[in-house]
Design a binder for this molecule. Structure first.
Ligand SMILES: Nc1ncnc2c1ncn2[C@@H]1O[C@H](COP(=O)(O)OP(=O)(O)OP(=O)(O)O)[C@@H](O)[C@H]1O
Ligand SMILES: [Mg+2]
Length: 262
């Protein structure tokens, strides 16, 4: 993979990625807040309690790592933090608004502007090329096609996949698909990036490159990064680590202050 400094291009590139608009937030208030959140999956007669009374506040500029073993509820929690799913009990606040009060189109709009998702299973569209997959979130923004194309190419360059822009997801390796998912999550330049095992399919060198890239976005642009993982190595990037086990928060460790570098 072509090695370029993860951040320098962002500053000098002629294709400026605009700040996400329409988001007014009070910095003292959490960006995302969960109070008494339960998630109970219903399978016919059988219930499975995946989250048991989660209380969590996430502030702007944090690099939050949610750490827990397989089956502990990380992806379930990520879906709730990203407002992709509603809790069975309890409340999720996005910018101090109870999301249960928003209708689906309002929710989709706020989510689209605020959160870039990197899913565990990538969620790439199999019939679209690498470049078209990255373009997808931009289709919902008011943006000229040419600018959007340029942005997509630029993001593919950042993740080292310029030479694969015409490939379909089936013609990429797992790690390359992961990098397309990362490029796509950055397309609308959201203030929050929510990633589920972003390095799960990458070799350690590529994984480090992607994490350094997210770290730079956090430190230099003040983006809020939330990663759910079982990978202990990611902890070194975190401002805070939330340990989750059997659907409950076991403990929270604060590791460093979240401060934008000057
Ligand atoms: N749709 C569902 N219906 C029933 N049970 C579910 C459903 N989704 C998840 N679960 C269960 O909830 C628990 C938590 O699942 P989740 O996917 O959140 O775990 P995870 O921590 O992300 O695990 P992994 O590290 O393996 O990705 C698991 O026991 C899982 O079997
Ligand atoms: Mg998971």
């Amino acid at each position: 993979m072509k090695r370029i400094h993860p951040y320098s291009n962002l500053v000098s590139d002629p294709v400026k990625i605009p700040k996400a608009s329409g988001i007014s937030q009070n910095v003292d208030e959490p960006l995302i807040k969960l109070t008494g959140v339960w998630k109970i999956y219903q399978m016919g007669e059988v219930e499975f309690v995946a989250l048991k009374g989660i209380n969590l506040e996430i502030y702007e500029g944090e690099f939050l790592v949610v750490l827990g073993p397989s089956g502990s509820g990380k992806s379930t929690l990520m879906n709730l933090l990203g407002c992709l799913d509603l809790p069975s009990k309890g409340t999720v606040f996005l910018n101090s608004r109870d999301i249960s009060g928003l209708d689906e189109s309002e929710l989709a709009l706020v989510r689209g502007q605020m959160i870039g998702f990197i899913f565990q299973s990538f969620n790439l569209i199999p019939t679209l090329s690498t470049q078209e997959n990255v373009l997808l979130p931009l289709e919902f923004q008011e943006e000229g096609a040419r600018i959007a194309q340029k942005k997509a190419l630029y993001l593919l360059e950042i993740v080292g996949l310029s030479d694969k822009k015409q490939n379909l997801p089936s013609q990429l390796s797992g790690g390359q698909r992961q990098r397309v998912a990362i490029a796509r999550s950055l397309a609308v330049n959201p203030p929050v990036i929510l990633a589920d095992e972003p390095t799960g399919n990458l070799d350690s060198k590529t994984g480090d490159y992607i994490l350094d890239f997210l770290d730079n976005l956090n430190k230099k642009e003040g983006k809020t990064i939330i990663i759910v993982t079982h990978d202990l190595d990611i902890v070194k990037y975190a401002t805070r680590v939330v340990h989750i086990r059997d659907g409950e928060i076991e403990k929270i460790n604060i590791l460093r202050k979240n401060e934008k570098e000057e």
